[in-house]
Each structure stands twice: as structure tokens, then as C-alpha cells.
Design a protein around this ligand. Structure first.
Ligand SMILES: Nc1ncnc2c1ncn2[C@@H]1O[C@H](COP(=O)(O)OP(=O)(O)OP(=O)(O)O)[C@@H](O)[C@H]1O
Ligand SMILES: [Mg+2]
Length: 368
């Protein structure tokens, strides 16, 4: 059932210069404005399977080793866990790829993994899902970043993370591999409706690589070097609030006026058509030229089960929606729904197209 004309609510920040002395108080200068049509969002989601997205970036393996607390060791004051299970999921750029696959898109991943167990697991995982992995190099010159979380619990208690062990390459991606990645990225970008850059600081993606692609549109998630992507042809970016703070060496805290300033500034500095700042439990803020800042409250509960990788889900849905013809505001709304859904799932998780549609339908039919 489709409910046309049913709108979502969006908060619009009044220009804070005019907001008066209390304008910096969160929520104080926010006015309500009904803005996107849920029927239109459903149409966009229906078009997801027709889209091709190229993802260039740092592929990571997220591992979770869980065990039951059996006793305290006599060798050292540490817990001994009885191994229950080990699970691995795609992380980083690979998590964005995995989300896009589950949303029904055709995905062209480009990057590098090591000739190691983590690399084999990632390739195997994607092959089993029918993903074209020809853009993922596997090299003995590289180490697959693997983040292993150890989770301890009793049979009827929630597991707690007690330790994380990261395996990481010690160097940047060697120049010969970078050149091969660039070549594969250029080829994949030509056949894609959008390129998604997922730069976790490991070196597979870079501003110079982005600059050489010239795709229809290109979105960016960069953990450490957002501003280095200026003049790289990026059309939109989805940093989280700490990344914006790090870029400008300052704190936003609860001051929406400051968020407004830095958001607009980052959008201008990067010459973006849109900037979406994800703010954890505080939702998202959208910056576009000639628009007031718009704030989306989180979809659903603000008590998440597991926020691991939520940012990857956000940029995946945002990019896919843009490729399907969404406006930036519509794409942000869809990403916001997906972010709200994925944080209710344990581990590094994805949102499926069916789940996104169900959430939209639920809201479209509510109060009718
Ligand atoms: N505490 C929370 N409650 C509800 N939703 C949340 C919470 N934290 C995150 N989210 C959802 O996930 C989205 C992205 O989260 P966040 O701002 O933490 O991104 P991130 O820090 O880039 O994540 P990542 O760790 O994947 O890089 C938010 O915009 C929101 O939709
Ligand atoms: Mg992030």
C-alpha cells in the first residue's frame, strides 16, 4: 500500500545569526517544516536494484569472538572465556559494499586485501553473495586490516567487549598497488551511477585518486582527512560530528550554532553540493547552498544495540538514493531511516531493501 502525500517531519534551523542570544541552545532555534514525501521515498527505494555503485576504499574485516566466562585464570588476573563462536563481517569500505548489496544495488568494489585469512574471508563472503570482486586486488604486499573484538558473557547476560585486537598494515599501500587500484577504479567508475569513497586512512583511496575519476557523482566518508579532498570532484560528504570537529580543531559540543558554522564552512571548503553531518543519537544535519541547515532527528529509538559501522550504512543508502534520482534531502532522509534501523542490530550489520521499505510503509500508514 502506498501513501502518497504523507510527509516526514524535518527540523529546520533558523539562520542562527538572527536567533538571538539563546540561539546557540540546542533545539531552541529549530522550526518544524514538513518536507519529504514518503511515497516518493518508497519510489526511490524501488529503483535501487537498477543502480550501479562503485565503492573505492579501505576494506576491513570485523571479527567477533564470543565466549562464556568460565573462571579467572591462575596464570594471570584475567578472565578465561570458553569459546562460543567466531563470526566475521565486512567492515569499513567492505561494510558499505555489503549494505549496498543488501539494498539490491549492483556494486563494483575497488580496493586491496592481503593474501591472508582476512583477505580470503572477505573475498569468499562477497563471492558467495554474487558480488563481482574483480576490482579487489589480493596482494602478498598487503595486510588485511582485521579488527577482532572479544566478547564475554554468561548464558543469560548481554555480552561485553573486553578486548579488541587490530591487525593492520604498517605502511601505506605500495605505489604499484595504488596504481593498479586507480586503474580499476577508473574502469568501474565509468559504468557506475555514483562512486562512493570510503577512506579509513589505510591508503587505498586518496584525494588524487578521486580527482582522476570524473564520475557522475561522488560521495565521501573520510575518517582522518576530510579537508584534503578539496578540489577532488566530491559532490557530497557524510562526516560524523567528531570528524568535523577534528577538521577545524574545535569543539561543537551541544552548540548548534557552531555546528551550523562548521558545516557550512566544510561544505564551502570542499565545494560540495551537500554535506550531511551524522550526529549519533542527535540525528543528522544537512547543509546545502542557499538552504537553512536542516536537522533530522534519529529514526526510532535513541538507545542503540550496536553502532558499529552505522556510518557505512548511512553513506551507502545516501549514495544509492542519489544515484536513483533523490534530492540531497530525500537521500538524507532515507539514510536516516537506515541508520536508525542498523543500530538496532548486533555486530557490523546491514539494512535490507525490504526493511527500509517496511519502515517507510509503517510511517506512511501511521496516523491514518
Ligand atoms: N545512539 C544512537 N541512537 C540512535 N541512532 C544512532 C545512534 N548512533 C548512531 N545512530 C544512527 O547512525 C547514524 C550514523 O552514526 P554516527 O554519527 O555515529 O556515524 P559514524 O560515527 O560515522 O559511524 P562509524 O562508526 O560507522 O564511522 C546516525 O546518523 C544515526 O542515524
Ligand atoms: Mg564514520
Amino acid at each position: 500500500m502506498k501513501a502518497k502525500n504523507k510527509k516526514t517531519d524535518v527540523m529546520v534551523a533558523a539562520p542562527h545569526a538572527a536567533a538571538g542570544p539563546r540561539g546557540s541552545h540546542p533545539g531552541h532555534n529549530l522550526a518544524k517544516d514538513a518536507s519529504v514525501d514518503l511515497g516518493r521515498l518508497l519510489d526511490l527505494v524501488a529503483a535501487f536494484p537498477q543502480q550501479t555503485i562503485c565503492v573505492v576504499g579501505d576494506f576491513v574485516l570485523d571479527e567477533f569472538v564470543s565466549g562464556e566466562i568460565s573462571r579467572v585464570s591462575r596464570e594471570a588476573p584475567v578472565l578465561i572465556l570458553r569459546h562460543r563462536r567466531s563470526e566475521s563481517y565486512p567492515g569499513g569500505a567492505a561494510n558499505a559494499v555489503n549494505n549496498l548489496v543488501d539494498l539490491g544495488a549492483r556494486v563494483l568494489p575497488v580496493g586491496v586485501v592481503g593474501d591472508d585469512p582476512g583477505g580470503h574471508k572477505l573475498l569468499e563472503y562477497f563471492r558467495a553473495k554474487g558480488v563481482n570482486v574483480s576490482g579487489i586486488l589480493q596482494s602478498s604486499q598487503w595486510v588485511t586490516t582485521t579488527k577482532t573484538r572479544y566478547l564475554a558473557g554468561w548464558t543469560h547476560t548481554t555480552e561485553q567487549q573486553v578486548l579488541r585486537v587490530d591487525r593492520e598494515p604498517e605502511t601505506e599501500v605500495p605505489a604499484n598497488l595504488q596504481a593498479q587500484i586507480a586503474q580499476k577504479a577508473r574502469k568501474a567508475a565509468r559504468g557506475a551511477g555514483a562512486v562512493l569513497i570510503s577512506d579509513y586512512g589505510l591508503g587505498a583511496a586518496s584525494p588524487s585518486l578521486a580527482r582522476s575519476l570524473h564520475p557522475k557523482r561522488m560521495t565521501l566518508d573520510s575518517r582522518y582527512r576530510l579537508l584534503e579532498y578539496r578540489n577532488s570532484g566530491i559532490t557530497a560528504a557524510t562526516p560524523n560530528e567528531p570528524e568535523i570537529e577534528a577538521a577545524y580543531h574545535s569543539r561543537v559540543g551541544t552548540d548548534v550554532g557552531k555546528l551550523d558554522d562548521y558545516g557550512q564552512r566544510a561544505r564551502r571548503d570542499l565545494s560540495l553540493e551537500a554535506l550531511v553531518v551524522t550526529r549519533g543519537k542527535d540525528g543528522m544535519a544537512i547543509f546545502e547552498p542557499n538552504h537553512p541547515t536542516r536537522h533530522l532527528p534519529v529514526h526510532g529509538s535513541d538507545t542503540p544495540v550496536d553502532v558499529t559501522g552505522a556510518g557505512d550504512t548511512v553513506i551507502a543508502v545516501f549514495t544509492l538514493a542519489l544515484a536513483a534520482g533523490a534530492t540531497y534531502l530525500e537521500a538524507a532522509h532515507l539514510a536516516n531511516y537506515a541508520g536508525g534501523i542498523v543500530v538496532m542490530k548486533r555486530r557490523t550489520a546491514t539494512v535490507t531493501r525490504a526493511e527500509l521499505e517496511a519502515a517507510l510503509r509503517h510511517d506512511a500508514t501511521a496516523d491514518q
